[in-house]
Design a protein around this ligand. Structure first.
Ligand code: SF4
Ligand code: FES
Length: 249
C-alpha cells in the first residue's frame, strides 16, 4: 500500500508546531498503525532526521499509552487503541492526518506525545482503597450480585487512554473519572471512602482544567473499551449524595 501521512510535528510544549508530510510506498495491510510508524521512523533516522515521537508501551490494547488523533478520531476509524488498529483499515493511496490529543489538561510534550499526568493526579485524589482489605480473597467469597460485579468489571476496564477527553468538544474527563469512581463505589471494598472519594476526584478533575460534560456522548462512542455513559450518571449521583451529607456545602 502507498500511504501519505500528514503528521503533527512540535519540538516542545512552547513550540508552535505544524504538519509535515511523509510518503510511505511499501506499507503492509497487516502492519499495526504503530508498526507503520516504526517504518517511517527507521526511514527518518536513516536520512539523519528526527523521528516522530509517539507514546506506546504494551502494544496489546491494555496500557492506554498509544494516544493519537487519526483522521479526526481518537485512535482512528475503529473503536480500538492505535496499537490494535491495522493498516487494512485504510485504502491504498489514502492520506492520513495524525495529531496529538488536544486538551488544556494534556499539554503536548513533543510531536504526538502529550502529558497525561493530570489523570494520575485525579486518581491520586481518591481513586484508591486505603483500608486494609487483606490478601486476595477466594473467588465468590464476597457475595456480590452478578449484575453489580459485571458493572464494576466493565468500569474497571478503563485503560486511562484519554480518548474520551480527546473526543469531547469540552475536553471533559467525566467518562474516565466516572469509570474509576464507579468501579470502587460498586464494590464492598470501596464503601469506606465512597463519599470523600467522589468529592475529591471531581474537585481534582476541575482543578486540572478539564471541561464540563454536556451529554453529547462522543466520549463513550470513541472509547476503545466501550465505557458506558451510565457511569457518568452514577458519578453525578455519588457526587450529589456526598455533597448533601458533607460539612463543606
Ligand atoms: S473511559 Fe474509555 S476513552 Fe476514557 S480513558 Fe477510559 S478507556 Fe480511555
Ligand atoms: S500501546 Fe498499550 S494500549 Fe496501545
Amino acid at each position: 500500500m502507498k500511504i501519505k501521512l500528514k503528521v503533527w510535528r512540535q519540538k516542545n510544549t512552547q513550540d508552535k508546531g505544524g504538519f509535515q508530510t511523509y510518503n510511505l510506498d511499501d506499507v503492509s495491510p497487516d502492519m499495526s498503525f504503530l508498526e507503520m510508524f516504526d517504518v517511517l521512523n527507521e526511514n527518518l533516522v536513516r536520512e539523519g532526521k528526527d523521528p516522530v515521537h509517539f507514546d506506546h508501551d504494551c502494544r496489546e490494547g491494555i496500557c492506554g499509552m498509544c494516544s493519537m488523533y487519526i483522521n479526526g478520531h481518537p485512535h482512528g476509524p475503529k473503536q480500538t487503541t492505535t496499537c490494535q488498529l491495522h493498516m487494512r483499515s485504510f485504502k491504498d493511496g489514502d492520506t492520513i492526518t495524525v495529531e496529538p490529543w488536544r486538551a488544556k489538561a494534556f499539554p503536548v510534550v513533543k510531536d504526538l506525545v502529550v502529558d497525561r499526568s493530570s489523570f494520575d493526579r485525579v486518581m491520586q485524589a481518591g481513586g484508591y482503597v486505603s483500608v486494609n482489605t487483606g490478601g486476595v480473597p477466594d473467588a465468590n467469597e464476597i457475595p456480590i450480585p452478578k449484575k453489580v460485579a459485571d458493572e464494576a468489571f466493565d468500569a474497571a476496564t478503563c485503560i486511562g487512554c484519554g480518548a474520551c477527553v480527546a473526543a469531547c468538544k469540552n475536553a471533559s474527563a467525566m467518562l474516565f473519572t466516572s469509570a474509576k469512581i464507579s468501579q470502587l463505589a460498586l464494590l464492598p471494598q470501596g464503601q469506606v471512602e465512597r463519599k470523600t472519594r467522589a468529592e475529591k476526584m471531581v474537585a481534582q478533575m476541575d482543578a486540572e482544567g478539564f471541561g464540563a460534560c454536556t451529554n453529547t456522548g462522543a466520549c463513550s462512542a470513541e472509547c476503545p473499551k466501550g465505557i458506558s455513559l451510565e457511569n457518568i450518571a452514577r458519578m453525578n449521583r455519588e457526587y450529589l449524595s456526598a455533597k448533601a451529607s458533607s460539612d463543606n456545602i
